[in-house]
Design a protein around this ligand. Structure first.
Ligand code: NAD
Length: 352
């Protein structure tokens, strides 16, 4: 029997395939817009400028100061640039940081957003915005935040460095792993989760050896779209709470943190959510925690929080924050068990 469910489907237009970057102009016009502000990080400035050049009069400016965790000060500066240029829509070219900036602007002025996603983080298909001000990260969910159009052009991901491809891919998988046991999951979100993880598992193995393999890049982007869609549809649990705590309060890098914590958080919930996790566990040899740990290791992912900037003396504080106002989780949140999880993730030990 199919369990009862409620499924709120996010609207959106997805354009997928090599060369889709070329249709940004058509999409601006399709939205009835005429003057786009192009967004990127400083690192991708040359790409966003090239896109602006190609768009000609449809692009009225480039704002290339997007930064991790969407600082409000940057958003306010970007809104000034948007207004000064007389822009009427946004084109975000990049990963979660650039997409976050576009969402933060749109949340405030309701500008239509076209996103050209170049990492696997999945933010482009969620109505969620995390932003930081005075060192505090807050999250908002609003339909104005969800981008109207998402373009996935695998050719743009070929240059994504292997290390980032791996951690970003594991970040995407984390959405799916938490998605299968989400309290508000539904049969479609679970299908997307399993298919997304399978696609990323298969493609990342190829990408680490052949980063310019377009078929693998395409499959990874497909998997990240599915995993991101899961994040946009259902609630997240302990894993995301831990990563939000480590990123928001301890400034650890986003994708690496997800990559390190995932095997441990999955193992924490392995028994309580055994049935829901079963199809994913099978993809990794039967045990979700060990399987993900070995998989991440085989890709050369970082595996210890101590290697990405967390001090052992901070672990108690992380545990305190992570168990405070916890997200719903299939296994009860026990501070001792969470502290022990953190200790192992800090040291780079196998999950328990
Ligand atoms: P990122 O956007 O910070 O990108 C990291 C670096 O890689 C940047 O310098 C970027 O310019 C560069 N880069 C991106 N794509 C590239 C490519 N194809 N080739 C070469 N360089 C490239 O990294 P991210 O992991 O995608 O995003 C992390 C941020 O996204 C965090 O702030 C996180 O909170 C947020 N996020 C939000 C959601 C959501 O739903 N709200 C979901 C996932 C992540």
């Amino acid at each position: 029997m199919v369990a009862s469910f409620t499924y709120n489907i996010n609207p959106g237009r997805i354009l997928f395939g090599p060369g889709t970057l070329n249709i940004v102009a058509d999409e601006i016009e399709r939205l009835g817009m005429k003057r786009a502000l192009i967004l990127s990080t400083p690192f991708q400035r040359a790409h966003s400028q090239k896109l602006a050049d190609r768009l000609g009069p449809l692009a009225v400016g480039v704002f290339s100061e997007a930064a991790m965790h969407t600082p409000v000060a940057v958003t306010l500066k970007a809104i000034e640039a948007f207004e000064a240029a007389g822009a009427d829509c946004l084109v975000a070219l990049g990963g979660g940081s650039t997409i976050g900036l576009g969402k933060a602007i749109a949340w405030r002025n309701d500008a239509p957003q076209i996103v050209v996603a170049t990492t696997y983080a999945g933010s482009e298909v969620t109505p969620i915005l995390g932003q930081t001000e005075n060192g505090i990260k807050t999250t908002v969910r609003d339909r104005k935040i969800l981008p109207e159009v998402v373009i996935y052009d695998p050719e743009l991901t070929v240059e994504l460095p292997v290390g980032m491809s791996v951690t970003s891919g594991l970040n995407a998988m984390a959405h799916a792993v938490e998605g299968v046991y989400a309290r508000d999951r539904n049969p479609v979100s679970s299908l997307m989760a399993v298919e997304g993880v399978r696609a990323l598992r298969d493609s990342l193995r190829v990408i680490v050896k052949h980063p310019d393999n377009l078929a693998a890049r395409s499959k990874a982007l497909y998997g990240s779209w599915l995993c991101g869609s899961v994040l946009g549809t259902v609630g997240m649990s302990l894993h995301h709470k831990l990563c939000h705590t480590l990123g928001g309060s301890f400034n650890l890098p986003h994708a690496e943190t997800h990559a390190i914590v995932l095997p441990h958080s999955a193992a924490y919930n392995a028994q309580a959510a055994a049935g829901d996790l079963q199809p994913l566990a099978e993809l990794f040899g039967g045990s979700i925690g060990d399987g993900l740990f070995d998989f991440a290791g085989s890709l050369g992912a970082p595996f210890a929080l101590k290697d990405i900037g967390l001090r052992e003396s901070q672990l108690d504080r992380v545990a305190d924050l992570a168990v405070k106002n916890p997200y719903w989780n299939p296994r009860p949140i026990e501070r001792r068990a969470v502290r022990s999880l953190l200790q192992r993730a800090w040291a780079g030990m196998r999950p328990q």
